[in-house]
Design a protein around this ligand. Structure first.
Ligand SMILES: [Zn+2]
Ligand SMILES: [Zn+2]
Length: 136
């Protein structure tokens, strides 16, 4: 589990019923839901929760650094609770399924000095694409 709820609690974040439901929906491994998917799942637990509340809560979790936004190929942004362990993504071109993967080596270290153009490089996103077992 990603222990998102625990992390938010230890940050002293006030856990209202709405915030708790959003955190519960996102808690888990390999979770990368769009805001609409989070909303649909949250409504199943707390019927009165609004889309605006879900969007605002996701934004606050991102600001806190406990959830990261993932963009894949112009599809809707996804929200990932695995915010503290550097990882890359394996994306299915068929159904859009996403898995967290941990390639050996460090993509930052792999960029040669000659190709840094004087930049101070702080992060790298690598996306592996292909077809998942269900789609291939
Ligand atoms: Zn697939
Ligand atoms: Zn991820």
């Amino acid at each position: 589990m990603s222990d998102l709820l625990e992390r938010l609690r230890s940050r002293g974040w006030r856990l209202t019923a709405q915030r708790r439901v959003v955190a519960e929906v996102l808690d888990g491994d390999h979770v990368h839901y769009t805001a609409d998917e989070v909303h649909a799942r949250a409504v199943a637990r707390l019927p009165e929760i609004s889309r605006a509340t879900v969007y605002n809560t996701l934004g606050e979790m991102v600001t806190l650094g406990e959830v990261i936004e993932v963009s894949t190929d112009g599809r809707a942004k996804r929200y990932d609770p695995n915010a503290h362990h550097a990882h890359q993504h394996l994306v299915c071109s068929g159904c859009g399924a996403i898995r967290d993967v941990h390639p050996t080596g460090n993509p930052l270290a792999d960029l040669p000095d000659a190709e840094r153009f004087g930049f101070t490089v702080s992060s790298a996103d690598v996306t592996y694409r292909g077809l998942c077992p269900a789609c291939s």
